[in-house]
Design a protein around this ligand. Structure first.
Ligand code: ADP
Ligand code: ZN
Ligand code: ZN
Length: 825
């Protein structure tokens, strides 16, 4: 008897054992998907992890695998190893990893498409349910599982489908309901009659041109067509899409219709991959500057002895060009490359740049992509062994790579690399290093403001360190001018305004010269707090312990934690006073003031409210790039690897709000944000200016930003971190406890912490109440573990599991939701 250990998409056990029916013994192999029965009448798509002959010594009867979905694995061997590492390091279950790793198109639940086999003849009686399901196919060949359930009224058709599948009556395809339909595109070609160039083809074309004398637009379009497609020269002829033709000829579809009606051109449909960015001829990488060349050589040297290298290169030093050179090399060796970027930093800008160099070797994996596109990328990698470059967000770590040679983690300091919710709460940068290790690949971390953790590893010899201290093309680092807004307010020079006089002056100068300005305020909305002038009432969220942010555009008060919103009341509900005042400011207020200060300038805002969709985001960026907009206001969305050529002024409206929040990384983060935003200023021929508004211009951190004193910032922070037992000297594991019932939460969290303290001593802190004590109706408490960095995590995990098991003996513990956050960001 053979057994399979399978992973279910549930956060319970890591794996479950099922027996393999005799007829599937050969076919069930690791990495395939199967359908299994679990719990009360539930069926799941599971992944086979291991096949063996060890009979489980469970008191329960071992159930059989119901059906097999794949003839070949959908995973590659090393992937399971990586999943296991994630689950064990980030203290979650393999089921959590499974859910995060597979695009939902492959998790195939209710969306699975079932096809009826018309040639099927039953060689015995069918069970009633099977007959019902087959009857549902009257008149249709293909139905999804959920459609079948609706049509048949059966609660769970998956097992019925599975048995029909075994009998050959139906087939289950990977196609989705929305159709994993190939993408079709319209192409234009010369009609057959005009193709024969040698003989009458040319002559008849000539007659067409004669006819077109009175249809100038059509004539122009035909010339453009012949020019672009080389239709008259068989050696050079290339396919031309309708889109490309219209774009390049600047003609309207109506003009094209005219030519199609004349019969000189014809259109045809053709399947195109979604992933290809059409490029005619590939470019070669740009030559590197001497400084880049030197850095490139040093990275090579580092990779001779170390697996990880940190490239610390100032903003606009041309790090991307160095990555490109390394990527090119690895691809030429026939290996694969993963290029990781934070979600929002994957723009058309970088995609097009890479597509021009690497053509169809480039695959893009992005969460804003449709599931079809994700499945397409997955399958491309699964079925090709050749060199591929994947540009992707953190979840692309889970793709079925065959043989990675290099992982580039750009903007490695970005905390969005850490997944917050749900589990697995993994850090993509750290996980990338582990994944690279499994493939025998190298990892290159790049940033202008490296995370202190990576910098520490690079200076203590664990990673190599390569520095690039000059900007590409001898462009100067911007000049940073701190402005004391407290003083200006005291002297009444700044009254009822967010703009210091010097900032106004610099923006005016830039606008006069046809240059652009960027303004940074890390809060969206109009004002973070509204207060009643007479009684001090402040509106709060009903679900969370936070004040509501005022959004003037919609006249709404919004919770940024749960989305709860209400109309702004006309008067204070407590004392009926009509006078409500705002406190603090967000991007909306900045925008409003710009309209009065610089009425002639075209302004746009880049924040979560204006750039909700990918297209909106890209349009705002593109308009600014093209100079359609002169001033761009934004939140930290601005700091993510954008490269603008004409920005001469950057204004940081309020540096204080960046520095004052209770987190040990607050200063590190504030420094990174300010330096990154400043990095958007400056052009090749002129030095940029940054106006840094703060009420504490003498604050050491402001002084360090002023001088780009990164190393000094690190030294200061490291001193504090070692004193207070923080990373990189200690590893943090946070146990997050949440409950609707605050008193049970209080009581049990104390017990939990005491229990842990008995085994881990003073490594245990808390329970502590976080600054925001309630989110989405759940009260929150945290227990923090500070573990020596050299200590192995396995014994800690055992203790955590034991304590968790003990806590479950308290009945009210059921009212708690508990999760671990390892290396919180
Ligand atoms: P970073 O990522 O370090 O901030 P980028 O790679 O975006 O910098 O480069 C900054 C600018 O300099 C870009 O506009 C890029 O096209 C240009 N650049 C960098 N290196 C080269 C090179 N070797 N040849 C031509 N242009 C380059
Ligand atoms: Zn009031
Ligand atoms: Zn809320």
């Amino acid at each position: 008897m053979k057994y399979a250990d399978v992973i279910l998409p549930l956060p319970l056990e890591n794996s479950y054992t099922y027996s393999i029916p005799a007829d599937l013994e050969q076919a069930v192999i690791p990495g395939c998907r199967v359908i299994v029965h679990f719990g009360k009448k539930r069926y799941y798509t599971a992944i086979v992890m291991e096949v063996h002959e060890r009979k489980p010594d469970s008191q329960y009867e071992t159930k059989e695998i119901y059906a097999l979905l794949d003839a070949t694995p959908v995973l590659r061997r090393p992937q399971l190893r990586f999943w296991k590492w994630i689950a064990s390091y980030y203290l979650c279950k393999l089921g959590d990893v499974y859910k995060a790793a597979l695009p939902s198109g492959l998790k195939l639940e209710s969306e699975t498409a079932v096809t009826y086999n018309e040639a099927f003849e039953a060689d015995g009686p069918l069970r009633p349910n099977e007959q019902v399901v087959l009857d549902a196919f009257a008149g249709v060949l293909k139905l999804t599982v959920s459609e079948l359930e609706k049509k048949t009224g059966l609660r769970n058709v998956v097992p019925v489908v599975a048995s029909l599948m075994a009998k050959g009556a139906v087939e289950v395809s990977e196609e989705l309901k929305r159709g994993f339909a190939p993408k079709m595109q319209t192409f234009i070609r010369l009609s057959e009659a005009y193709k024969d160039v040698e003989t009458h083809g040319r002559a008849s074309l000539q007659s067409v041109f004669d006819e077109l004398k009175r249809a100038k637009k059509q004539e122009l379009l035909l010339v453009c067509f012949l020019d672009l497609s080389h239709a008259l020269n068989p050696a050079l002829t290339r396919e031309l899409s309708k889109k490309e033709l219209l774009e390049n000829s600047h003609c309207s579809p109506a003009t094209l219709d005219g030519l199609l009606k004349r019969g000189v051109l014809e259109s045809y449909e053709k399947e195109v991959g979604r992933l290809q960015v059409p490029v005619c001829r590939l470019q070669t990488p740009s030559p590197l500057s001497p400084a880049q060349e030197k850095a490139y050589g040093e990275i090579h040297d580092v990779f001779g002895t170390k697996d990880v290298c940190l490239l610390h290169g100032v903003t606009s030093s041309g790090k991307t060009e160095i990555y490109i050179r390394l990527i090119d090399e690895v691809l030429k060796m026939g290996r694969q490359v993963l290029y990781l970027l934070p979600e929002i930093a994957i723009t058309t800008q970088i995609t097009e740049r890479l597509a021009k160099l690497f053509g169809d070797k480039l695959l893009v994996y992005h969460s804003k992509f449709s599931d079809n596109e994700r499945v397409e990328v997955w399958n491309r990698l699964l079925h090709t062994d050749g060199p591929m470059l994947v540009l992707g967000v953190r979840s692309s770590l889970f793709l079925p790579f065959k043989d990675l040679g290099l992982i580039v983690v750009d903007e490695e300091h970005e905390n969005t690399y850490k997944q917050q919710d749900p589990a697995p709460r993994y850090h993509a940068r750290n996980a990338a290093i582990v994944l690279a290790g499994m493939h025998g690949a190298k990892t290159l971390l790049g940033s202008a403001t490296p995370s202190i953790d990576s910098y520490f590893n690079a200076t203590t010899g664990k990673y190599g360190l390569v520095e690039l201290t000059t900007r590409y093309g001898d462009c100067l680092m911007p000049e940073i001018l701190p402005v004391d807004i407290k003083e200006l307010r005291r002297k009444k020079i700044m009254k009822d305004t967010l703009f210091s006089p010097i900032l106004v002056e610099k923006i005016n100068m830039a606008l006069e010269r046809g240059e652009q300005a960027i303004l940074f305020q890390n809060r969206r909305g109009f004002a973070p707090v509204i207060e009643c002038k007479s009684c001090g009432w402040v509106p709060h969220c009903v679900n969370c312990d936070v004040s509501l942010t005022y959004h003037k555009f919609r006249n709404e008060l919004v919770c940024h934690y749960c989305g709860y919103k209400i109309q702004l009341p006309r008067q204070c509900p407590e004392c009926q006073s009509p006078e409500l005042r705002t406190m603090g400011f967000g991007t909306e207020m900045v925008e409003e003031e710009i309209d009065t200060l610089f009425p002639a300038a075209k302004v746009e805002r880049l924040d979560f409210d204006t750039a909700r969709t990918r297209t909106a985001y890209e349009r705002i960026i593109a308009d600014f790039e093209k100079g359609k907009t002169q001033i761009l206001i934004g939140t930290q969305m601005l700091s993510k690897g954008l490269d603008f050529g004409n920005v001469s002024v950057v204004g940081i409206l309020n540096a204080d709000s960046l520095m004052n929040f209770p987190d040990f990384r607050a200063h590190e983060r504030a420094f990174q944000l300010m330096v990154q935003v400043s990095g958007r200023a400056g052009r090749r021929d002129k030095r940029g200016t940054v106006i840094l508004q703060t009420s504490g211009p003498d604050h050491p951190l402001i002084r360090m930003v002023e001088r780009f004193a990164y190393k000094e910032m690190v030294r200061l922070q490291l001193g504090e971190r070692s004193m207070f037992r923080y990373p990189p000297y200690y590893r943090l594991i946070v146990i997050v406890l949440r409950s609707r019932n605050d008193s049970i939460l209080q009581e049990l969290s104390v017990l939990y912490a005491d229990n842990l303290r008995r085994r881990l001593g003073e490594r245990v802190l808390g329970p502590v109440t976080p600054p925001i004590t309630r989110v989405q109706t759940l009260h929150i408490r945290k227990i923090v573990l500070k573990i020596e960095i050299a200590a192995a995590i396995a014994p800690v995990r055992e203790i955590l599991e034991a304590v968790h098991a003990e806590m479950q003996r308290y009945l009210p513990f059921k009212q708690l939701i508990v999760h671990y956050d390892v290396d919180p960001a």
